[in-house]
Design a binder for this molecule. Structure first.
Ligand code: 13P
Length: 249
């Protein structure tokens, strides 16, 4: 059975000390589930210490970004090798904040996705349209080129997770309706079937992200092609993230 994935992206929140305290609280509240995996993605500076807290528990660890080179003169960057030693199993690649604030292109995201999978870590490839792209009827075109270009030449589809995060729904309190999200997820799954193979595309986890909260998680998770969520703001509080983890299947 395909497990769902409930992931928290902490973004640039929580110092190492705050992260450890939070992770300890979350561990107390979170048991193992047969039908869902739980992932937290703290900032780089918290990974090593949080790794010790979550080791042997139901919580998996992920990073929010990575460099596409192994090592060298790349001031301020972090490699897959460095991340691997902290115990991360996932790396978020091409989050819309990376794309829109730090100028990451599909070409760069492609290199990150490949490097991540080559290191034996699951890339979470983020895609999603901006408000003006949705309003001008270009959402599917944008998502299609993001998926195609970010996965061009990618040879390890069994490792990939895709996250659909409409930019207009991130941190705005505006969620895509479950039906709107489902429409895009089905579209992405068809694209994956075309790029890889039909059976394999069925097994790929496609997450929804953008103002996921305790009060909308159940209806989001009811959708056929939504296999989990990537949660920002609501993953920063133990009670709201716990309610999201405990969504009703
Ligand atoms: P919010 O849940 O705060 O809207 O953020 C979503 C997101 O960007 C997760 O990666």
């Amino acid at each position: 059975m395909k497990k769902s994935l409930i992931a928290g992206n902490w973004k640039m929140y929580k110092t190492p000390k705050e992260s450890v305290e939070f992770a300890k609280e979350l561990v107390k509240n979170t048991g193992f589930h047969d039908d869902r995996d739980i992932l937290i993605c703290p900032p780089f500076t918290s990974l090593l210490q949080v790794s010790e807290v979550v080791s042997g528990t139901a919580l998996k660890l992920g990073a929010q970004n990575v460099c596409f080179e192994d090592e060298g003169a790349f001031t301020g960057e972090i490699s897959t090798g460095m991340l691997k030693e902290t115990g991360v199993e996932y790396i978020i690649c091409g989050h819309s904040e990376r794309r829109n604030i730090f100028g990451e292109t599909n070409f760069v995201v492609n290199k990150k996705v490949r490097k991540t999978a080559e290191a034996g870590i699951n890339p979470i490839l983020c895609v999603g349209e901006k408000l003006e792209e949705r309003e001008s009827g270009k959402a599917f075109e944008v998502i299609s080129s993001q998926v195609r270009e970010s996965l061009e030449g990618f040879k390890q589809p069994e490792m990939i997770v895709v996250a659909y995060e409409p930019v207009w729904a991130i941190g705005t309190g505006k969620t895509a309706t479950p039906e709107q999200a489902e429409e895009v997820h089905a579209f992405i799954r068809n694209l994956l079937a075309e790029l890889f193979d039909k059976n394999l595309s069925e097994s790929i986890i496609i997450l929804y992200g953008g103002s996921v909260k305790p009060d909308n998680i159940d209806s989001i998770m009811l959708q056929k092609n939504i296999d989990g969520v990537l949660v920002g703001g609501a993953s920063l509080k133990v009670d709201s993230f716990t309610r999201i983890i405990d969504y009703k299947a």
